[in-house]
Structure formats: structure tokens, C-alpha cells
Design a protein around this ligand. Sequence first.
Ligand code: FES
Ligand SMILES: [Fe+2]
Length: 390
Amino acid sequence: MRDSLRLIIDSYDPGAPLTEASTIPAPWYTDAPIYDLELETVFAQSWQLVARMDQLVQPGAYVTGEIAGEPIVVVRGADGVLRGFFNVCRHHAAAVMTEPEGTANHLRCPYHGWTYSLEGELKGTPDFSGVCNFDRSRSSLVPVETAIWENWVFVRLGGRLAGVPPTTDLAQDAEATLERFLGADLVNQIKPLDLGSLHWIERRHYTFDCNWKVFVDNYLDGGYHVPHLHKGLDSVLDYSKYMIEPGDHFCLQWSPLVSEGAEAQTGAVRKGDRALYYWLYPNFMINWYSGAMDTNLVIPRGIDKTEVIFDFYFPDVSAAAREGNQASIDVGQRIQDEDVAICKSVQRGLNSRAYNAGRLSVRREAGEHLFHRLLHADLTAGLKALQGNS
Ligand code: FES
Ligand SMILES: [Fe+2]
């Protein structure tokens, strides 16, 4: 199994310059073992967005999520500190918190009623007297690295921690490692956008019948598909001036906006002088226009199933602004609807015996090239680590 995995991974040449490069080969999008390796070495090892800051303002506020198939909960403690844990009861492994979000005084497991403080310490164990050699202090919820950037809370699972009691406070170091991962370049580019002044208003979930990388590739094609697939969006972007600026773990794609000749519905809500599209490896996007932002979180749900969570933000979320904000969300919805069919079509084609890999546009597809090389590096390192462990 691992030999065939290695063959599939090695069939991509990460050293080829963009002018010579091909995409990652089709089996990367269709083979289940690659998918499992990605969960373990890409999603479990990278920083993953788990919540918005506005969901976690008050002590006791919590958000649950799933990263690489692992249940996670982030909660603001009574002491005001934000912490993340594996949402796995230390008794018999049930999920302790079962709602997507909420506010609680303590974290109570619904199975047998074990209760943890907001800081993750085991406090209550009904009907447990007489149990010998049981150290309650070593049965806290297992912590996960948690760090904040701009409007968002990220976690990183890291190596397999199951059963390891929390002996250290992971929070302190985490902020520094997230910042290193993001890189000063990205942090400095995002800071002046003043994202803290935007307010979240709505979340939408989309399901795509494709591998998660098909969605990311589609996002990173430098506007290549926009004139063909998104006529409305195309009417407000200056396609010939669309820029692609890859960083270390991110890629900025941006375009000047034009108002002349704009299709009415899109032109009304895509104003200002430019549109910025940031992709953060592996699966988070920030789409910024003056007066609007949406983010996309891409969650693999299977080899050919992907959920994308869209969060919409605006500077003014008062009743007076509602109509304009809704019109902006509707334009975003239309663009997604236009992408759904093409992503499904690509996934079907990737399964065809007629296709293995394709070439990249030098003018447009530097972002995809970066994505594929980062992925290759992670999968190669991940496979090596797994082989070392076996
Ligand atoms: S599994 Fe949580 S109390 Fe038993
Ligand atoms: Fe698109």
C-alpha cells in the first residue's frame, strides 16, 4: 500500500519550473489512500480555522468542529482565556459538547454525565466511588494548540495525542507558531484591511461533488475561468490586469475593479478599486472588496465530496444596510452555483482513463503550482514519518 502511495506521490515533479510544470496527477484526486494521508499529514498538521472570534466573546462561549475527522471544541474559560480541546470524553470517548456552538457554565458529557470545567478539568464523575488508582487530575480534556489571527481562531492537532494528559499550557507558544506559518508578509498585507471593523452576518454551506483540491484549484487559476464561467463577475474585473502573487504558504490574486459595462446586479455590490482574493494553504480563502468580505473554509468530506463554508461580513449590519448586504450575498451565491457544475465535471474527468495530468498557464496558474508543490512536500514528509513509525 505504502509503495503504491509513494509511486503516486513521486509521479509529480515539484522541481519543474512553472513553464515546465504539470498539475498533480489524477490519482491524487481519486485514490482513497491519498485522501487518508492528506487528513493525517496536511489537515492534522496545518493550522485549521475552527471558529470566528465573534462566536467566542463571553466566558462559557464554545464552538465545536471537526478537523481531519477529529472532534474539537474551543471554549472561552471563566478566566477569559480561549482554549481548544479534543471534544472527546475521557470516560468512554463520546463527544462532550454536541451543539455547533453555544454558551455553557461547564462542559457536560451527555453519555454518563462526566463534567469538565470551562478550562477542561474533570470535575464531576457520577457513580464513580470505589474506583482505584484513578487520578481525576490526569483526566482533563486533552488540549489542542489554539491561536488567534485577525477575526479567527485556529487549531493545530499535531501528532497523535490520544491519552496524553495535559501537562503544559499549549496556548503561549501556539500564537508564535501560527504567526510563523502565516508569515510576516501575509500578516502585514492583511493588517491594513482592518478586518476587525467588519461584522459577520451570515453563514452558508455548499456541497461540491468533487475532491477538495478541485475546489482549491478552481479558486487558484488566476481568474482563468472567470470570463467563461462567471459573466457577471467578469464584467467588474479587469481581466487583463488580474495579478497573481504567490507567497510562502499563501497566494494573493487581485484585480482592479471596473464600473463601466458592469452587469447591473454584480456592479451594484462589487465597488471600490480592487478585489483581493487570499488563499491560505491548504483550505482557507479570504475574499475582500471594499464594503464586503466573505471567507471560504474548504472541508474534505470524502474523496469526492467537499463542504465549503462561506461566512459573509460587512462594515454596516444595521437594518438600513440589510438590503444591500443581501444583494451582495446573492451575487456570491450565484458565483458558487456557477462553480458547482464545473467542479463535478472536473472530478468525473479526473476519473477518466483518458486523463492523467494537465499543463499550467504561466500567466494565470502560479497559485495552483504553489499549492501542488506545498502539498507534495507535506505528503512526502508525512509518508516518510509514517514509514519511520512502522
Ligand atoms: S463517555 Fe462521557 S461520561 Fe461516559
Ligand atoms: Fe469560480
